[in-house]
Design a binder for this molecule. Structure first.
Ligand SMILES: [Mn+2]
Length: 330
């Protein structure tokens, strides 16, 4: 369902208890959508359980109410028990059930289960869905949901929503950035959001260790196809030597992407124990969601990724380069 139906709104209005969840390794859109919707629902007098598999990453602790996130499954079970039949579970920004993480089965047992998402290729898991792949971000959808419910986001919710939209539009750079996206952003700024502060929190809050990590990751740069494909890599060794975690590499991929000739930027990440995680960013010449799907992943036309297990960096790199070269005809 790519429209927000009146029956869905009615369902939300008459429900008293909500469990909100999102995808694993949540980004600004995932967390911003979850925290803002929680605030909006709480403002309507509803009880909300903000579920995450892991505590909020330090990078995102500036988001209002990030300390209210819960990770304890016993606490979740108690909340659901107390709610009885009066409960709705909402997965935000989550493209498929696997991305719900290790407790996906328990979450999906909470019925009804609603999915609000903008990922292309979302298979519409759950009982109810509002999926619109033309949207820039789930944050943009949460804003429209609030409006449809007659709720004006609080200052806290507005900040989280703005961070969500800035994250997923690459600061209003990506193709999915629409006139409506700007209209939502305008209303959030009119509500008091300070774009400079959100940008500083999102992009200017790094450590020296992360800069050294960036230095080492950029040293791995390789270009192929006459400069149309750029690949950067982070290994366990680089992470160990800099004392950084995989999450510290967020946004690194934008640097190879920013090269004029580059049509596809690839970031290969060694996640440990034979697990490789791959992010891709594309300009117009290539649909990386299609490429990612061939490796069991997904995403958007311009931003997609996949994970591979029981393999090596060299193997994934070789197979992926072959496929990208085929797509680009080089
Ligand atoms: Mn998103």
């Amino acid at each position: 369902m790519n429209v927000l139906s009146e029956s869905l709104l009615e369902h939300i209005r008459r429900t008293g208890n909500f469990v909100l969840a999102t995808h694993i390794n949540p980004d600004g859109d995932a967390l911003g959508s979850l925290l803002s919707l929680a605030d909006i629902l709480a403002g309507m007098g509803k009880k909300v359980f903000r579920y995450l598999e892991e505590p909020v990453s330090p990078l995102y602790r500036f988001l209002p109410d990030s300390h209210l996130v819960r990770t304890d499954m016993d606490e979740l079970a108690a909340f659901v028990r107390e709610a009885g039949a009066d409960v709705l579970c909402i997965a935000l920004d989550c493209g498929d059930r696997k991305r719900l993480g290790r407790n996906a089965d328990e979450l999906l047992r909470i019925r009804p289960f609603l999915v609000i998402d903008h990922h292309k290729g979302n298979d519409g898991f759950g009982d109810l869905a509002w999926i619109d792949s033309r949207r820039s971000s789930t944050g943009e959808m949460v804003f429209d949901l609030a409006t449809a419910l007659g709720q004006k986001p609080s200052a806290k919710a507005a900040e989280a929503l703005y961070a969500a939209i800035v994250t997923d539009t690459g600061s209003f750079h990506y193709e999915s950035t629409s006139a409506h996206t700007f209209d939502v952003a305008r209303q959030l700024v009119a509500a008091g959001v300070r774009p400079d502060q959100v940008s500083r929190n999102l992009y200017d809050n790094y450590s020296v260790a992360r800069l050294q990590l960036l230095q080492m990751v950029l040293a791995t740069l390789e270009v192929h196809c006459g400069g149309r494909i750029a690949v950067i890599t982070v290994t366990r060794d680089i992470l160990d030597r800099t004392g950084c975690a995989l999450e510290d590499t967020e946004n690194f991929i934008n640097l190879p992407r920013s090269v004029t000739s580059v049509q596809v930027a690839v970031f290969l990440k060694e996640a440990g124990e034979g697990r490789i995680s791959v992010s891709m960013r594309a300009k117009d010449a290539c649909d990386v969601a299609e490429v990612a799907a061939q490796f069991g992943g997904g995403g958007h036309r311009n931003a997609a990724g996949f994970k591979a297990a029981a393999t090596t960096l060299a193997e994934v790199r070789g197979r992926l380069l072959q496929e990208l070269q085929r797509q680009l005809g080089c």
